[in-house]
Ligand binder design. Structure first.
Ligand code: SAH
Ligand code: SF4
Length: 395
């Protein structure tokens, strides 16, 4: 059970987050669900079903201007334009393409401050970590060079959590993203790759910049949009948290129809090491995080993921692997471990694990009976580490 002091402390943490600047007279419609759109349109004297029509146009047809929305009568489009209604979504403003097919984007939100976040497209999935954990690939689609893909989505501009190995941490927290800005990254990337929702296999991982559970309302509103309006399955979505206990407890209350799968950034074998590399562990140590995860009712065959960044000499020793195995057994819920070799970045004084250390760590965990996968580094040549692109491009 959580003490009121902890809850108070956390709500303070959430209050510290800054929201996007006010939008003046512009009315941003992208990010609103069909029901809310209906309410707005009914105020303007339109029938309720126009809301659904507008939602279809923005989220299914992926249209970005009122002019293009020819399912709506011209008169209505003109009225909406006069009311300063904006139906556009966040825009991809820069594209970096890696030799392995990974694309990394800077996406500009709808707010007037011009802030950008990173979004990543990884065709073919990321072996053993496709989001749904399954291995088989779909048949090739005509004209498409990929059979499945994973999109990595950001939840905040920067991050306040301050993990010592992470580049996003260096940016500090600039502001929260709105639900429209979170879902908009996905819709922009789906559109770029002409993804047919319901046919193509696309997984989402909320593992980009920021801590989703410190922007909980907007994050979950984005998930609901992506499920209900865009048509993606929550079982193909994974949210990763550094272990924000009150966030995990709220997440445990979400209905299964809109709940993504859960990943915890464990990253260390014990509290001593974890507190050193993730200061948040002093507030919510491993046991508190594991207790909170126990409250999440898992779907059949669902597993929680423990992510584990291997830092050379710091978290990558065989005795660490054995300690992680004991931790997994104590946790007692179905889980798998995703190993990630640390991606270096400027100004961060850690080292990458050697290939041998990675192999030994993986083998040791497997020998202890822990399901373990190694995440292939993607797009290293285009600065693939979390937060690296924005820092490198924008200085
Ligand atoms: N804030 C959330 C989600 C974004 S970070 C979280 O921390 O879980 C997504 C993952 O990237 C986390 O597991 C984090 O530990 C990992 N990560 C951060 N910086 C990294 C780096 N330089 N190399 C490899 N993994 C990194
Ligand atoms: Fe934030 Fe996650 Fe980076 Fe930690 S690892 S600083 S929680 S983005």
């Amino acid at each position: 059970m959580l003490s009121p002091a902890v809850i108070a402390h956390n709500s303070q943490l959430i209050r510290l987050d800054t929201n996007p600047p006010a939008e003046g007279s512009r009315r941003l419609f992208f990010g609103l669900d069909a029901e809310t759109l209906s309410a707005h349109l009914m105020e303007a004297g339109e029938p309720a079903w126009r809301g659904r029509q507008l939602a279809e146009a923005m989220y299914r047809q992926r249209l970005t201007s009122l002019d293009a929305m020819t399912t709506l009568p011209k008169r209505l489009r003109e009225d909406l334009a006069k009311m300063d209604v904006e139906v556009g979504r966040p825009r991809i403003v820069q594209v970096f393409r890696s030799v392995d097919g990974t694309e990394r984007y800077l996406v500009e939100g709808q707010a007037a401050d011009g802030q950008t976040v990173e979004t990543v497209w990884m065709p073919e999935g990321d072996e053993g970590e496709a989001g749904d954990g399954s291995e088989e690939g779909a048949a090739d689609e005509a004209g498409k060079s990929w059979s499945r893909a994973t999109i990595c989505v950001s939840s905040q501009v920067g991050c306040a959590v301050n993990c010592q190995f992470c580049l996003t941490a260096k940016l500090g927290l600039q502001r929260n993203l709105t639900a429209g800005e979170i879902a908009g990254q996905v819709v922009a990337v789906l559109d770029r790759h002409a993804v047919e929702v319901g046919r193509d296999r696309v997984n989402l991982v909320f593992m980009g910049m920021g801590e989703p559970f410190l922007n909980y309302e907007n994050f979950m509103a984005a998930v609901r949009l992506l499920v209900e309006e865009v048509g993606l399955s929550p079982q193909r979505m994974t949210v990763s948290t550094s272990g924000i206990v009150p966030g995990i407890e709220r997440f445990a209350e979400e209905p299964p129809e809109v709940r993504p799968k859960l990943a915890i950034s464990l990253n260390a074998p014990n509290d001593a090491v974890r507190s050193e590399i993730m200061p948040i562990n002093r507030k919510w140590p491993i046991e508190a995080v594991v207790d909170a995860v126990r409250q999440v009712r898992l779907r059949s065959r669902e597993r929680v993921t423990f992510e584990y960044v291997l830092l050379g000499g710091v978290t990558d020793r065989p005795e660490h692997a054995r300690e992680v195995a004991r931790l997994v057994r104590r946790a007692g819920f179905p889980l798998k471990v995703n190993l990630i070799a640390w991606n270096p970045g400027p100004g961060i004084a850690y080292s990458m694990p050697t290939g041998d250390a990675v192999e030994t760590f993986k083998r040791t965990l497997a020998a202890e009976g822990v399901p373990v996968y190694l995440r292939r580094p993607r797009g290293r040549d285009i600065y693939a580490a979390c937060g690296q692109l924005k820092r490198t491009v924008e200085g």
